[in-house]
Design a binder for this molecule. Structure first.
Ligand SMILES: Cc1ncc(COP(=O)(O)O)c(C=O)c1O
Length: 372
């Protein structure tokens, strides 16, 4: 076993003095929630994405849950989503008493295949949650066409895709509800947090009420017009978000450079690299995930990288094979072979905006040594 003191972490947020200044200013203002910073953050998000409305919420999961309410998902309904995603893409349907139905993905993009979505639609299907996995935009137009043909709502799980573009238009601005997430491994962070973007003023009004315990715009603090939640984003988190948005372009550019450097360094390593952009899809770099050749023992690779101080993760497991999913719905291996094969072979390497080029070389050298 190789012993090392060098450590290369999987991810790291980019926090600077401007973020500290904005957070401190909010702390000193004494207005820590429902103050003026939340709306400023929402306006900045709209400006960054071109969306008409943004409702900041306490997490991406909270945003997905509220989007199920926008889509009128009810007990007994089915919601189609991707198995190759984070559990929240499916959990949001379960929260409303609906059943998640998984459709197969395209192994090149790791995103939902529109034909596979159409194939699993039944008369109980209410909505589709399409995920922009790893920041690569999903097939929005074909998916919207499927939804239109069958009278379904499309909700976009854009939790990993702030800054991406589909057919030239920023993710979040296409009109249907799109949810961003701001956990510290994301492109930008608010600590915990998220936002639901929409171009529909009535949907936005409903989001604002639902996240705030169902209060109505006209009602006082202890009057609740509907069943709501406490999914508010506090002003301290929103202040951090403002600082992050001020440098979003720099963050996205830096992440893109780190990804290009990996592509160069990994050119002669026997792994499949992330799909390059094309005219319709511009990725916002969230993670750097490579696909190992079939039959390689990924756990052993992760262990050997860890011996060399390099953090790597098996990213992502298929949702339908999570223990609670198997137990609840009887899902089994073999149900979604494409997603399952990707889940067995994909590996996330250390990736963030300020990853040192020397560290990147070290990561790739370590990978080479492990393969040798
Ligand atoms: C694809 C996807 N969906 C949903 C979420 C949930 O976001 P959060 O962790 O903010 O609840 C995440 C974040 O990890 C995600 O990557």
């Amino acid at each position: 076993m190789t012993q090392t003191t060098r450590r290369v972490e999987l991810s790291a947020p980019w926090i600077d003095e401007r973020d500290e200044e904005l957070v401190l200013e909010t702390l000193r203002s004494g207005r820590l929630s429902l103050g003026p910073v939340g709306p400023r953050f929402e306006a900045a998000l709209c400006e960054a994405t071109g969306a008409q409305h943004a409702a900041a919420v306490s997490s991406g999961t909270a945003g997905l849950h509220l989007s199920m309410r926008l889509a009128h998902v009810q007990p007994g309904d089915e919601v189609v989503t991707s198995p190759y995603s984070f559990a929240a893409s499916a959990n949001c349907a379960i929260y409303e008493g609906a059943t998640p139905v998984f459709a197969e993905i395209d192994p090149r993009t790791f995103n939902l295949h529109p034909d596979a979505v159409e194939a699993v639609i039944t008369d109980r299907t209410r909505a589709v949650v399409a995920v922009d996995i790893f920041g690569y935009p999903c097939e929005l137009d074909p998916l919207l066409a499927v939804c239109e043909r069958h009278g379904l709502r499309l909700v976009e799980d854009a939790c990993e895709a702030l800054g991406a573009r589909y057919r030239g238009q920023p993710i979040g601005s296409h009109g249907h509800p799109a949810v961003f997430a701001f956990y510290p491994n994301k492109q930008m962070t608010t600590g915990e947090g998220g936002a639901v973007m929409t171009n529909d003023a009535r949907e936005h009004e409903l989001l604002v009420s639902l996240r705030n315990q169902g209060r109505l715009e006209t009602s006082s603090w202890l009057v609740h017009g509907r069943l709501g939640y406490n999914y508010r984003l506090d002003d301290i988190s929103a202040a951090l978000g403002l600082g992050q948005l001020e440098k979003l372009d720099a963050i996205l550019d830096a992440r893109r450079s780190v990804a290009s450097r990996y592509a160069e360094l990994l050119a002669d390593v026997e792994v499949e690299l992330p799909l390059a952009d094309d005219a319709d899809h511009e990725r916002s770099w969230f993670v750097y995930v490579v696909k190992l050749p079939s039959g390689v023992d990924r756990d052993a690779v992760i262990g050997r990288l860890s011996d060399r101080g390099v953090s790597a993760a098996p990213y992502l497991p298929s949702i339908h094979l999570q223990p609670y999913m198997r137990e609840r719905y009887g899902f089994r291996e073999g149900m979604l072979p494409v997603s399952e094969d990707c889940s067995r072979r994909t590996l996330a390497l250390p990736f963030h905006a300020r990853l040192d080029p020397d560290d990147q070389e070290y990561v790739v050298e370590a990978l080479r040594a492990v393969f040798a």
